[in-house]
Write a protein that binds this ligand. Structure first.
Ligand SMILES: C[S@@+](CC[C@H](N)C(=O)[O-])C[C@H]1O[C@@H](n2cnc3c(N)ncnc32)[C@H](O)[C@@H]1O
Length: 289
C-alpha cells in the first residue's frame, strides 16, 4: 500500500503555478517521479508548463536519473485556444535556470518530435495535447512503440465529456486491455501500464481494491486541492493587478481630459455662453493651452 512518508516530495509546493486545468494533479506528478525514477520522461502538451515543471521539480529535488522532454508547438489548439506569443519565453525564463541540465523544451508537433526518440526508450509519457478521441488515439498509438518494458502512460481529461472531448471514450477502450488506475478529480487522470513489467513502486495502484482505490483517490485529491486553491488565489491577484493598471491608465486619461483646452472651453460655453468664451480669451492662439 502507499506510504506517503516514503515519498515526501509529493508534499512539495510547486514553484511553477500559472493558470491551468492540471493543478490538482501536481502532487501525483511529483509522487510518480519518486515511485518510478523513470530514465526518460516525455510530456506531449505543456502550454504554460505547470504539469511539466512539477515533474521536473521532483526530478531535481530527488536528484532522480531522469531526462525530461516537453513537446509542444506552443501555438495552441482548438481546445486550449491560440497561445499568446510570450508563453514559451515566460516558460523558458522559469525552466532554463532550474532544469536545463536534464530537461529540454522541444518546440515541434508531436509527430515531428517522434523521430528524436528511440523505440522502447521512454519510461513515463504524459499525453495532454488536443483532446478529441481521434487526436488522443493518434498520440497514444504513434508514441506506444517508444515506450519501454516498464512504460507508464498518463492521460489527462479522462473525465471531461463536454464539447468534442473524447479522452474519456478512448480511456474506456484502452484501460480494458492493461493494468490501470484513474483519478476522477481535476478533470480525470488515467494511469496506464503499457509494458510487460509494472514498476515496483506503482504495483499498489494497479492492485488496489475498492477501499484502497477510494483512499488513494482521496489522498491525492486533498493534496491537489491545496495546490489548486493557491493557483486560483494567484489568478485573482493577477486580475486585481490588471484592474489596478487599468485604473491608473484611466486616472491619467482623466487628468489629460480635465486639463485640456477643449474641455475647459466646452464648460465655459455651456455655463457662460459664447460671450464668456470671448471674454476668457478662448480662440486666441497661445492662450489657455
Ligand atoms: C491542454 S494544453 C496542455 C496543458 C498543460 N499540460 C498544463 O499543465 O496546463 C495542450 C497543449 O498541447 C499543444 N498541442 C496540441 N496538439 C499538439 C500537437 N499535435 N503537437 C504539438 N503540440 C500540440 C497545444 O499547443 C497546447 O499548448
Amino acid at each position: 500500500m502507499l506510504n506517503p512518508l516514503e515519498h515526501p516530495v509529493c508534499l512539495e509546493f510547486p514553484l511553477r503555478l500559472e493558470e491551468t486545468a492540471w493543478a490538482q494533479h501536481v502532487p501525483f506528478a511529483m509522487f510518480i517521479i519518486s515511485a518510478m525514477r523513470p530514465r526518460v520522461f516525455v510530456e506531449l502538451g505543456s502550454f504554460r508548463g505547470v504539469s511539466y515543471c512539477a515533474f521536473c521539480q521532483a526530478v531535481k529535488s530527488l536528484n532522480a536519473p531522469t531526462e525530461c522532454f516537453a513537446v509542444d508547438t506552443w501555438a495552441g489548439d482548438a481546445h486550449a485556444g491560440a497561445l499568446e506569443e510570450n508563453v514559451l519565453d515566460d516558460l523558458r525564463a522559469h525552466h532554463d535556470p532550474l532544469y536545463a541540465d536534464f530537461s529540454r523544451l522541444v518546440q515541434a508537433t508531436f509527430d515531428e518530435a517522434l523521430a528524436e526518440f528511440a523505440d522502447a526508450s521512454i519510461d513515463l509519457l504524459h499525453i495532454d495535447g488536443f483532446h478529441t478521441y481521434e487526436a488522443v488515439r493518434h498520440d497514444y498509438e504513434t508514441w506506444l512503440p517508444k515506450m519501454s518494458a516498464r512504460g507508464v502512460v498518463l492521460f489527462h481529461d479522462t473525465e471531461v465529456r463536454e464539447r468534442d472531448f473524447g479522452v474519456w471514450k478512448f480511456w474506456a477502450e484502452v484501460k480494458s486491455e492493461r493494468p490501470h488506475f484513474e483519478f476522477l478529480n481535476g478533470y480525470g487522470l488515467g494511469v496506464l501500464a503499457v509494458g510487460a513489467e509494472i514498476p515496483d513502486g506503482l504495483e499498489f495502484l494497479f492492485r488496489a481494491d475498492e477501499n484502497e482505490t477510494r483512499l488513494i483517490r482521496d489522498f491525492f485529491h486533498q493534496l491537489g486541492l491545496r495546490v489548486e486553491s493557491a493557483e486560483k488565489v494567484k489568478a485573482q491577484q493577477n486580475q486585481i493587478e490588471t484592474l489596478h493598471d487599468y485604473i491608473e491608465v484611466l486616472k491619467t486619461y482623466e487628468k489629460v481630459i480635465r486639463s485640456s483646452k477643449t474641455l475647459r472651453a466646452y464648460r465655459v460655453l455651456k455655463n457662460e455662453g459664447f460671450g464668456g468664451l470671448m471674454k476668457k480669451g478662448f480662440g486666441k492662439s497661445g492662450k489657455n493651452e
